[in-house]
Design a protein around this ligand. Sequence first.
Ligand code: HEC
Ligand code: HEC
Length: 459
Amino acid sequence: MDNPVIAASTQRQIGYVITGIVLLAMAVYWLFNWLEGRHETGAEVELAANRKEAMSDEEMETKRLDLSLTGGLVTLTIIALALPLYWLGEPGRQEGLVDFTDTQSVAQGGELYEANCAQCHGSANGDGGIAADFSLVDTNGVFVERVQWTAPSLGAVLDRFSYDELKYVLNYGRQNSPMPAWGAPGGGAMTVQQIDKVIAYLSAEQKSPEEIAKGVDSGLAGAALFKARQDNAAIYSEQLRLTAQIQDLEDDLAEMDSDSGEASNLAAEIIVLTAVKKDLANELSSLADSILLASESDQLLEGELLFNNPAAGGAYGCARCHSAGYSYNANDYPDNPLIDPVLNGGGGFGPSLLGVRDQFETSLEMEAFIFSGSENGIAYGVYGQGDGGGQMPGFGKCWAESDAVGVVPRIELDRITGHCAGTNVISLEAHDGEIIARDGILTPEQIQAIVAYERSLDS
Ligand code: HEC
Ligand code: HEC
């Protein structure tokens, strides 16, 4: 019915009619009863029901009575037991629904991830490192170069960011990088619920602390090669130049008549150049081997390798945020005068760390900062800055609560009190989650080594 006022009055009218009919029926019944009563005649002794002889106990207590009494007792017992039992099961049923909803969120988040994120970040618990096409522009917006920008693995993202910090990246993306804004606050296409589902999926897919520790170690060889190339830039740029030259010659060769003398001369030249290039690559890789070996007994060197760790698309290191050009291999463009080579700690998305020892008076304070990262709106360091929306990740051990899908969100160490304080993921409040400690991305010794290295960077 369209109009609720009309509906209400119609209902009331029907009610009046029914009341009228009932009252009329009662009046008629009473009238007939009264008329009947007037006809009654005879002795009270014969007519009154209670003056008749009663039935004996044997006649009355039949099987039928027993049956109905037992039936009544059984029904009562069932009702008396079933109600509290049902009531007892209620919290379980509610939890089951939450579990079910969580599992559904995770599944739907997985679909969203596959459709929108996997092409750059790879599988959620994978090793990242998939490169995204990106047009580099200068500060005036003029095109510089088309580069491949490595996206980090998200398999340990909740070890370095809290739920709110992660949500911030998803909502706003990363300026001047291929990472777009996804949430409505940043002008993206995803709803608040979709963002929550993606996070639920990511948290269900996080790597174990053991896998992370292995990943960190596996990247050190790559960091050593990066250092060998940096320290021997002339060799590396010759290797790059030869790679490009060989490619050009191979393209030329493909267009030639393969039987011609010119073609066989070209093929011979390619073989010679390839051998030279291989020698240069071998030289750099044996230099890298000795760097890696030396890092085992040299804390500064260990710190530098950890800082430049390329494993999991750079997810475990610092360079991708603190050294501009690291993520798109800026050292691979020696011929483009508009692209500067990577300057370690020279600043990128995160601030420059050159001379950062002035920012934290002691190594210990700096270690505590890298342990837990920055928090939105909370100042840190001597000059009391800290407005990056909490985008400096935490790398140390962290505490988390488990929830229905085994989600382990990061709960940060409060730098001031030394206690855990943090935000929960999704429906965590609904569970009396058990507190678990996660090892974090780096060990205290590794953080010490990085800090030693950072404090050696001069401005
Ligand atoms: C076009 C490629 C691309 C797509 C698509 C993309 N990302 Fe990214 N994302 C990146 C790159 C590149 C970075 C690193 C940016 C940088 O170097 O600062 C990044 C960074 C991030 C970070 C920050 C991680 C960290 O530790 O700094 C998160 C979280 C993230 N992306 C999540 C997502 C999610 C979730 C989706 C899908 C909804 C997504 N991204 C889609 C390219 C992409
Ligand atoms: C995802 C990008 C990112 C990564 C990875 C990252 N940082 Fe940062 N870092 C930042 C941002 C952003 C800030 C500024 C923090 C703020 O304002 O909240 C910062 C601030 C800092 C500062 C304070 C510097 C200052 O002058 O304010 C230090 C020290 C630092 N980072 C060290 C590190 C170290 C060491 C690592 C690696 C173990 C690392 N960062 C990895 C983004 C990053």
